[in-house]
Design a protein around this ligand. Sequence first.
Ligand SMILES: C[S@@+](CC[C@H](N)C(=O)[O-])C[C@H]1O[C@@H](n2cnc3c(N)ncnc32)[C@H](O)[C@@H]1O
Length: 422
Amino acid sequence: MSPSVLPCVKPPAIYLLDTIPGESTEVVVLNRKKRKPSTVKNKSHPNATTVHTQALREQVTPGLTLAASTAPMEGAGKYNAFAQVQAAGIASAQPILIGAAQRADLPPHGVTVVIVDYGSSEGKNSLSPMRNVIQALRARVTPEVAISVTHTDLPANDFRGLFSLLDSSCESYLQEQQNIFCTATGRSFYEKLFPANSVTLGWCSFAAHWLSRVPVSIPGHIITSKAGGEAAVELKRQAATDWSTFLAHRTNELRPGGRLVVVLTVRDDNGVAGTDEMLCMINSVLQDLVALNVVREDEYARMMVPDYTRNLGELLAPFSSALCQQDLTLHQHQIVEIDDPVWKSFQLDRNPDTLLNSYVGLARAVWFPALLAVLDLDRSTIERSAIADLLESRLRQQITAWGSDSPVFRVKEIIMEIVKNN
Ligand SMILES: C[S@@+](CC[C@H](N)C(=O)[O-])C[C@H]1O[C@@H](n2cnc3c(N)ncnc32)[C@H](O)[C@@H]1O
């Protein structure tokens, strides 16, 4: 897409940035700049304007500010290296996933069996579930029948890392069997991603609690669960809309009798989500950085982790609506507490450095990109990485102060097996 200069951009305009790993894909310009950015109209978002990032960077004046929606995980192998808590959660979900692959209705003989991995990130955590699913399906179809796996994620995801891993890892499903194909789709799963009735088995782990957008900001906090009053209502509504939208698109894409297994963090009956402790520590470090004039107040005010951990009622709600009941059945769901693997290893090796590196590495890979995506556009790359490094080192101190008597993460996950009705 080549930009053409439009005569004028009137605020408040929404800018969809070119996709760059680790950066926001949607930003709202809050302050007007004097010169005009290079822009093109965005066809799929009629009210939005697409701006080429570099063009915007070069033309912004200091003080231009942005509000983020979602950002992918940190790339270059960082998510893969540190997503151990998620890996432990996935291990617990494998029996249900394998069962779903054994139970899913297959396409007519000879037609490619389509598997989709929604929200794959860099893919390390997808290798084992995809290998198991392929094995279960291969036991049901002859070797001449092709099986395809498509990994999906946000456009700015590190797909290069994903493909390198698929190509080189001895754990890759491509190493084991013949007639297996892999592809990727860089589009939000809140959009229609595949032709109707084409997917036999869908898998989505630790991704569908990321909202499509954060409609509010919360004074003094970065996590959605700290919202009160009207902001809390607005977030609840956004989370309900996103969950229904996600299910509606998957319903369309699944073949009749096809199955979808979704793994999500779940808020317990006391309203607690197992990632709250870590996120509160990050928030407190950010407040320190504001006090030290490292992070600007406006920047902090825009920072939000676009994650909403739903409770069981919110997760089950769509399945009791008449529309959903007609198309989908929740075959089973199970809530499991993830045994924090980082803390478990610490119980064995008592190595505080490994514990700290693992916790901080996870926080940096998962949450820092969304937070840092809203730094002012006049921040240089060097400044951005200096802020990330400072955030990281101060978080290290916070975790040290937390002590190692109990795990930082006490995450409960829900595993849902959903069937598209025949
Ligand atoms: C915590 S990672 C989970 C990755 C992997 N499935 C796992 O279990 O380790 C969440 C992933 O969801 C992706 N994601 C968030 N919102 C998304 C959206 N709207 N569409 C597609 N992917 C999304 C993120 O970019 C990220 O890669």
